[in-house]
Design a protein around this ligand. Sequence first.
Ligand SMILES: NC(=O)c1ccc[n+]([C@@H]2O[C@H](COP(=O)([O-])OP(=O)(O)OC[C@H]3O[C@@H](n4cnc5c(N)ncnc54)[C@H](O)[C@@H]3O)[C@@H](O)[C@H]2O)c1
Length: 333
Amino acid sequence: MNITMIGGGAWGTTLAQVLSDNGHQVLIREINEEFVTSINEKHIHPSFGYEIPHQIRATSDLKEAVSFSQVLILCVPTKVTRMVLKEINSLLTDVKLFVNVSKGIEPETSFCVSQIVEEVIDSKWLGGYVILSGPSHAEELILRKLTSLVAASKEKEQAVFVQKLFSNEQYLRVYTSSDVIGVETGGSIKNAIAIISGIAYGMGLGENARAFLISRGIREIIKIVDVLGGQKETAYGLSGIGDLIVTASSKNSRNFQCGLKIGQGASTEEALSSISQTVEGIKTIYAAYEIGKKYHIDLPLINIAYQVVTGTCTAKEGLSQLLSRSLKDEDIL
Ligand SMILES: NC(=O)c1ccc[n+]([C@@H]2O[C@H](COP(=O)([O-])OP(=O)(O)OC[C@H]3O[C@@H](n4cnc5c(N)ncnc54)[C@H](O)[C@@H]3O)[C@@H](O)[C@H]2O)c1
């Protein structure tokens, strides 16, 4: 089957390899011409330098990419998703299934990508939407190391379609879910918690602190999933706790690295500019902060992280704020 990847960075090209391994023809649409050349002429993953299957092709021509297949996999940073979808919408002439693999919430609207797709794509061309998320470093999956994901859609058969598309008996197991908002929200907010965990590590705090922040972080993820209309239980699965574990405790994670630099005293801008690839977590902290305000929910970690990343207080002051909060029960749900 022909499949189009919209975005050929670290994750898009890695998933293209999975699809190619599974026997599909993959065309990647990438705006960076150097990446296009790397894929087409050198057959080298543009972010990691590994050889990739020679059948994978790339183009900078969006029209060619959109007309190549009925399945469009969105692998661009969330901050450009709306713009890219508008460009795609203007080119549509037939029905497409949209599969999103990016992890973020639009700060201005608090929308998950499913909601942006619904708003931007003409309903007569929108053949469905699936979010594919879970605990996954591209750095490992590109080496075909065992990975699990979850494909969520309101339509069971579309979730199963994506499950089968990506599952590989050698190294990738995909589960299904019907909780689109729960999966999208968990996968997004965990990047904010990973930044917080990185800040703590950068401040010289230890593993006790990291476990504390991850555990209380999942509590904040649950609250946000709930107010946005997802199912709380989803936060306990692959897209919630699973992804939080892999992101908030790994030096492979760019979000963790970004937080680490802030914890060591860098400004948010300095930390972001030191990392060449997409870091979704900072904008996600803004989005989560706005959600907390809008729905009147108490998100102490997010609120303090917001002050730290916007420069209103230092990481050390943020920590004092956290510790001076009134003592309470460990309310888990
Ligand atoms: N890297 C991972 O391990 C991983 C794993 C799971 C999910 N994700 C998610 O996937 C998304 C992409 O992450 P990534 O790691 O591939 O980032 P990346 O920065 O490596 O790649 C993003 C790609 O999008 C392209 N792009 C940027 N602006 C564009 C535009 N306006 N139009 C078209 N293309 C544009 C860039 O050229 C780049 O190649 C993020 O939301 C991330 O959270 C990443």
